[in-house]
Design a protein around this ligand. Structure first.
Ligand code: UDP
Length: 420
């Protein structure tokens, strides 16, 4: 079988103080007809990046509602992940000529993984992102299993060749879920499309309340001087997230705020082989500047540390040029920290109404850092508006509700809360 990710247990009741009893009761009602449903979530990595973040919180809650939910990861080696990273980039619009070797590698690993899945044992298989998307090819028509493709990336302007290739697999799915309507690829108008934005878990160590004193101790241990003012970007080391642009913007802002520090925090994901190259280039810059520090999951930056960075920063930057949703934006806003972010993917909808400042260039980004740094009243207002927006729209209970509705619909149950 594919490797199971053991997520432990969580009780939905723990969320009552944050979202209220009514929402929890509604979720329990919605889940009633789904009790015992065998659901497999399949993705490429158990850590690093938004999808693993989501599944880590969602799967225990589905289990708590009585679903027999599992999270399994596919296996792969560097040649496969190189191809899938290329697909990922191409689906976000990068130029690419698809070769027959790439198709062979992609299909070979996907078939090998499907042989390990035993899909017929599940009522619903939810495939996350393009890496395992071709696993559906081995689906047998006689099986009752429903297949859902959950796409987390921006496929609004995909490379036509790569999308045409993947589309051949996607059309077999019973349901296809995108983060935003704008991400549905051109011409892909099927009734089975659904829109579900991701969400953050307010009880996870990454987002839970954390006393400022404790947050300072955590950052001190990492080697930061938390009393020094800093901005941070917390992202996979990926050029779409523009880490080099962040460094430039910080350098420009430092001309006006010499005491400013930058903490670039990045994680390495199993399925992202190019992260190492970006990391190496960044560490070269790091050596030349005492106020610039680079941190990774390899040296102890895990969830609680990210929490501390996001809480104590003067602003969280997310200077993406392409983005799926950008969970880090909601994570920062939930802590009432103002966000300065690229106008890309799901970011604008998270900062709508004034939770942050959207930027289109390095100069804009530098100017926004200076503005937020100097005008603390503005910073506070941005943070307060942002937190309210996240509370309303981007907490895990809303995502769980959307997922339950989607499952009910895929299985042909009524959308009425109590009816099965
Ligand atoms: N993340 C982390 N440590 C890091 C960098 C990122 O824990 O060093 C987390 C971050 O907090 C967020 C997720 O990885 O939960 C990134 O999700 P997002 O949707 O922002 O981007 P993706 O990586 O999925 O493109």
């Amino acid at each position: 079988m594919l490797q199971l990710v053991d997520v432990g247990r969580q009780s939905l009741d723990a969320y009552k103080p944050i979202v209220g009893t009514e929402i929890i009761e509604e979720l329990r009602d919605l889940a009633k007809p789904l009790k015992g449903l065998k659901v497999a979530h399949i993705n490429a990595t158990p850590y690093g990046g938004g999808v693993s973040e989501l599944l880590r919180s969602l799967v225990p809650l589905e289990k708590n509602l009585g679903l027999d939910a599992e999270w399994r990861i596919i296996f792969g080696q560097e040649p496969f992940f190189k191809v899938t990273k290329t697909f990922h980039d191409a689906l976000q619009g990068a130029q690419h000529r698809l070769s027959s070797e790439e198709k062979d590698t992609y299909v070979t690993y996907n078939y090998a993984n499907s042989r390990e899945l035993k899909a017929a044992d599940y009522d619903v298989v939810i495939i996350h992102d393009p890496q395992p998307a071709a696993m559906i090819e081995t689906m047998e028509a006689s099986h009752k299993t429903k297949w859902v493709w959950r796409c987390h990336i921006d496929t609004s302007q995909p490379n036509p060749e790569v999308w045409a290739y993947l589309r051949n697999y996607i059309v077999h799915y019973h349901r296809v879920v995108f983060t935003m309507q704008e991400f549905v690829p051109p011409g892909f108008s099927r009734a089975e499309v659904e829109i579900i934005p991701p969400a953050i878990d307010p009880l996870s160590p990454k987002n839970m309340e954390l006393e400022p004193g404790m947050a300072e101790r955590i950052l001190s241990w990492l080697g930061m001087f938390p009393k020094e003012p800093f901005v941070t970007q917390i992202s996979r080391f990926d050029t779409w997230k523009d880490p080099f642009g962040v460094v430039k913007a910080y350098q420009m802002a430092r001309e006006e705020i010499p005491e400013l520090h930058l903490a670039l925090v990045g994680s390495m994901a199993l399925d992202d082989p190019t992260g190492w190259d970006v990391y190496k280039e960044l560490t070269e810059l790091d050596r030349a500047d005492n106020n610039l520090q680079i941190f990774t999951n390899l040296t102890g930056v895990s969830n609680i540390e990210v929490n501390a960075f996001q809480r104590l920063a003067k602003a969280v930057i997310q200077k993406s040029v392409r983005e799926g949703f950008g969970l880090v934006v909601s994570e920062a806003l939930w802590k009432a920290t103002p966000v300065i972010a690229g106008r890309a993917g799901g970011i604008p909808m998270q900062v709508q109404g004034g939770g942050g400042i959207l930027v289109d260039s390095t100069e804009d980004c530098a100017a926004a850092i200076v503005e937020v740094f100097k005008d603390r009243a503005l910073a506070q207002e941005l943070g307060a508006v942002g937190r309210a927006n996240v509370a309303e729209n981007y907490l895990i209970t809303r995502l769980l509700r959307d997922e339950l509705m989607m499952l009910r619909s895929v299985l042909g149950y009524s959308s009425d809360r109590k009816a099965a």
